[in-house]
Structure formats: C-alpha cells, structure tokens
Design a protein around this ligand. Structure first.
Ligand code: PAF
Length: 286
C-alpha cells in the first residue's frame, strides 16, 4: 500500500493508471476509520475488481466546518487508519496537507469553490450554511486528482450524497457514484467518527436517533400521516432524553429532497440531534 501526500504524486499515479486502462475506485473520508468506512472500501474493491486500484482519501477538510465547529478537535489517528487500510487491501491512501489542498489559503489567496445551489439549502445546509460548499469543493478536487471511475459514499450522509450526485451530473464528472448502506452499532446507533466524543451516558442517550427512526417507521402505514404531527411526536421522543436536543427532523422525497406535507411509505426521514456538545445525524427510508 502506498501513502501519497503530494498533489503531484497523486496526479502522476492516477494518470499512469488511466493510461494503463486500470479501473479506479475512490472512498473519500475524513479518517478515524470505523466499520462504516471499511464497508465502503469493500464496495469499492468489488466495483473495480482485483486488478483495479482502490484509493482512500483521508483529509479533515477545513472548508466544510463552520468557525464554531469541531475542525480542531475532530478525531485524527493516521497510523491507526493506515493499519486499517492496509488490512482492508487498499492500494493507495491519499492524505494531503491543508497547504497542498488549499494552496495559498493561509495567506488569503485561495478563492475558488464549487457551490450546489438547491439541494444544499435545507436540513444540514440550513444549520451549517457553508458546509456543503466545502464538501463539493473538496470532493471536486479529489475527483480531479484521483480520476475515479467509481466513488463510494455512505448513506448516513444522505443529503451529502444527493448534493454530490447533483454536482457530478451538473459538472459532467465521469464518475459513477455508489451509496452504501449505513452501518450501525448493535443498539442501532449509526457509526460515526463523532461517536467518540460521547461519554457513557451520552452514548446511551444517542440511541434516541435510531428510536426516532423506528418510531416514524412504526407510524407509517396505509394512510399517509401529516408530517407536522410526526415531527411533534419525534420532538417529544427526543426531548425525553435529558442530554438530547433536536436540531431538525425532516420528511422528504429521497431523490429531490423536497419536503412532503404527508408522510407515507417510501418517504425519507432525516434528523440531527445534539447529544451534549456532539451533533449527530441519521436518516432512513420509512
Ligand atoms: O463524508 C465525509 O467524510 C466528508 O464529508 C467527505 C465526503 C470525505 C468530504 O470531506
């Protein structure tokens, strides 16, 4: 397994693979890898085959964090991640520095961003106004540098996947996007690097997101139910956990992300909940 840190070296490698007709699979991550990431790596390997190249990018992208968010304390452990990637059969880990990814930014000379203007406005985009601009910018850069045939993202970030898919279509990236299912802990909590922030009591209460999804699933039957009513029920359920605070819960069309007034089978639900100082998200089809 190669560890590549420079932009030029990554471009040289991907150029060589393309000329040799090798398939390239990319798994973009911010590191601190868990079983959810490893499942994405397995999907990438299946898609490109044994002769293909699987690249995992590990980069805690500063532009997708707001000024008061957790960029500085976001968990990082490159040696542990490299070990996990090696064991998972990854070919290349691309782990650039901030100076490499955003040249001149520290001196105020970086000024090019990729902005998706529709799907990025609701939910995460409302609470975190500059978040998706950072995500689309860094993913566009990764696509240019790695030139993947296939890029694998997790369904846990459903809105992120929809925004990136729109970018891929609008900007004609020759990349097939694959969205892999959310991997959960035995008690239903979606795996996330941020789960590390939770103390034991918060970790226990964090299952409230999964309980909310299950509650919504249990309420959806033959007759559509008003979204407003279901939102109130979810708010009550979340409020029952003393350290949890609902940021938003939304019911929407899974493709267009357009909110629905009446919830029925096939409607998608997403929610964000603060558990102590940690903001967790989850989503699922009802
Ligand atoms: O989902 C993530 O981990 C990040 O948003 C991504 C896609 C790696 C971009 O930094």
């Amino acid at each position: 397994m190669k560890v590549v840190k420079s932009i030029a070296a990554m471009q040289r490698l991907s150029g060589r693979w393309r000329r040799a007709g090798r398939r390239i699979g990319l798994v973009p991550t911010m590191g601190f890898l868990h079983e959810g990431h490893l499942s994405l790596i397995r999907v990438a390997r299946r898609r490109v085959g044994a002769s293909g190249q699987v690249v995992v990018s590990i980069y805690v992208n500063p532009t997708q964090f707001g000024p008061a968010e957790d960029w500085v304390r976001y968990p990082r452990d490159l040696p542990r991640d490299l070990k996990a990637c090696r064991a998972a059969g990854v070919d290349v880990v691309f782990a650039p520095s901030d100076a490499a990814m955003y040249p001149g930014k520290a001196a105020g000379r970086y000024s090019t961003y990729v902005v998706e203007e529709q799907l990025s406005q609701s939910m995460e985009g409302r609470t975190r106004p500059t978040h998706f601009r950072g995500v689309t910018t860094v993913v566009a850069k990764l696509f240019h540098l790695v030139q993947p045939d296939v890029a694998v993202f997790g369904a846990k970030d459903w809105q992120q996947a929809a925004v990136i898919r729109r970018m891929v279509t609008d900007l004609n990236f020759p990349v097939r996007m694959v969205i892999a299912p959310t991997v959960r802990e035995p008690d239903g909590l979606a795996m996330s690097s941020r789960n590390k922030y939770l103390d034991p009591e918060q970790r226990r209460q964090a299952t409230v997101l999964w309980q909310a999804l299950r509650h919504a699933r249990s309420r959806v039957g033959r007759t559509p139910i008003p979204a407003a009513r279901l939102k109130k029920e979810i708010a009550r359920l979340v409020a029952a956990a003393s350290q949890a605070k609902l940021d938003y819960v939304e019911f929407f069309d899974p493709e267009t992300l357009a909110p629905v007034a009446r919830v029925s089978r096939g409607t998608h639900m997403a929610l964000a909940v603060w558990v102590g100082k940690t903001r967790l998200i989850d989503n699922g089809r009802l």
